[in-house]
Design a protein around this ligand. Structure first.
Ligand SMILES: *Cc1c(COP(=O)(O)O)cnc(C)c1O
Ligand SMILES: [Zn+2]
Length: 425
């Protein structure tokens, strides 16, 4: 596939063979977009061809990914094609008639991050690198550890030593070298970058590696394809009935570094450029009140991201300086969406609501998107008949300490029927 890289800050363009990570003109901040030749893609594939594919993973979109030949380089784990459920309960409670939940906790290491790590590991194999590394709050590392294990590639992962135990267990069990950094995520990022430069390890750091966003964009492809496939959705006015796919009106997603929302936006722009969708959904970025650098910049009408001192129960979206902040602010501004913040209490309360209403168990950073949707409805930001997708980015088993705070109590009883009778429902 023909593609080249373009700086999001100065617009300089590069051959992907010459630049591996960022635009050399701005130190480590010149995040690069991948630019495709859409005519060439349209000559090779079509929505129908993809929808006929029996490959139920992100690799069904191989022709839209910046890789030479995923059939040779893709690690053998099923990433993507996660379920998108039509809401049974919470939509009604909120007065929304077309609400969907896309459950990315159903990925192999139980978070959205598998999409990025799968594409970056495939790229690493193409490049023939020996060792791959990343910094992570936990999920990106777990995803890299799992996909590197699948590809038999050694990985070195840097996480804050305070990461939830389940995430650290994932890193260790897949056999990565695990560096438990006595510091926060931002310090782990800086250390990983320095180690990558010193030792020549291939660096997956979010946004610094241009292909994380390319992996994450596959979620938008799935959303638009699955909206057509979801039988309960009226196709009227959406997609092109068999020729194209259906874009929702809005997508709610939690934002930490801003790479997921940037990835969703990139996927939508790819589809719009190909003419496979006829509108770009409004992107709704939800941040924790205690980690709201993107929200602050958007609110102030600037792209200048000012560091915060991030503190939130939602560890996966805790970032002092978002690594993909500029693009994340643009994604919301240019799609006509909005940023909202929610409190830790609202984030935690959303976990049992999702579990009891839709039977989806979300970690705090994932329930954040639903907490934001509730707030948006309250503020009158959405119309009742809009088609809305709420991205659930990670599984609740990742952080049971948080879940147990809001799960309620079990009933301790003697092993007798009398004891059960005493607690009749
Ligand atoms: C990483 C992550 C996010 C946020 O993605 P960013 O690219 O950092 O904005 C949200 N939810 C979960 C579960 C994550 O792991
Ligand atoms: Zn540049």
């Amino acid at each position: 596939m023909d593609y080249h890289l373009k700086c999001t800050l100065c617009g300089a363009e590069y051959d992907a063979k010459d630049v591996r990570y960022v635009c050399p003109k701005h130190g480590d901040d010149g995040i690069l977009d991948t630019i495709f030749d859409y005519k060439q893609i349209a000559g090779k594939t079509s929505p129908k061809k993809i929808s006929d594919s029996r490959d139920f993973s992100i690799w069904r979109y191989a022709e839209l990914l910046p890789l030479e030949d995923p059939s040779k380089s893709a690690p053998p784990l099923q990433v993507g094609w996660t379920p998108m459920y039509r809401s049974t309960t919470l939509g009604k409670q909120l007065g929304l008639s077309n609400l969907y939940f896309k459950d990315d906790g159903r990925n192999p290491t139980a978070s959205f991050k598998d999409r990025a790590s799968a594409v970056v590991v495939a790229k690493a194999r193409e490049l023939g690198v020996d060792i791959i590394t990343t910094a992570s709050t936990g999920n990106a590392g777990a995803a890299l550890a799992g996909l590197a294990a699948a590809a038999k590639m050694p990985a070195v992962i840097f996480v804050p030593e305070t990461a939830p135990q389940a995430k650290i267990a994932q890193l260790l069990i897949f056999g990565s070298r695990v560096m438990l950094v006595k510091g926060n995520y931002d310090q782990a990022v800086a250390l990983c970058l320095a180690a990558s430069k010193e030792f020549g390890w291939y660096c997956r750091n979010t946004a610094y590696n241009p292909y994380t966003v390319e992996g994450k964009k596959t979620a938008s492809f799935e959303i638009c394809e699955q909206l057509i496939l979801t039988p309960t959705l009226s196709l009227e006015g959406r997609g092109r009935k068999g020729e194209g796919w259906g874009a929702p009106d809005r997508i709610f997603v939690s934002v930490g570094d801003g790479n997921i929302i940037s990835g969703l936006w990139k996927g939508l722009r790819d589809l719009a450029a190909l003419g496979w969708i006829d509108k770009i959904p409004k992107l709704m970025g939800i941040q924790a009140e205690g980690s709201a650098a993107c929200y602050n910049a958007w609110k102030a009408g600037t792209e200048k991201i000012t560091a915060v001192n991030a503190v939130t129960v939602a560890d996966s979206i805790s970032a002092d300086i978002p690594l993909d902040g500029v693009r994340a602010v643009r994604a919301v501004r240019e799609t006509g969406g909005a940023y909202l913040t929610v409190s830790d209490d609202e984030i935690l309360a959303a976990i049992p609501e999702l579990a009891r209403g839709e039977a989806i168990f979300a970690e705090p950073a994932a329930s954040t998107a639903y907490a934001g949707l509730k707030k948006a409805v309250k503020q009158g930001l959405v119309k009742s008949d809009e088609t809305i997708v709420c991205m659930i980015t990670g599984n609740g088993l990742k952080d049971i300490k948080s879940a147990m705070q809001v799960a309620g109590e079990g009933i301790h009883i003697e092993p007798t029927l009398e004891a059960v009778k005493a607690f009749k429902l």
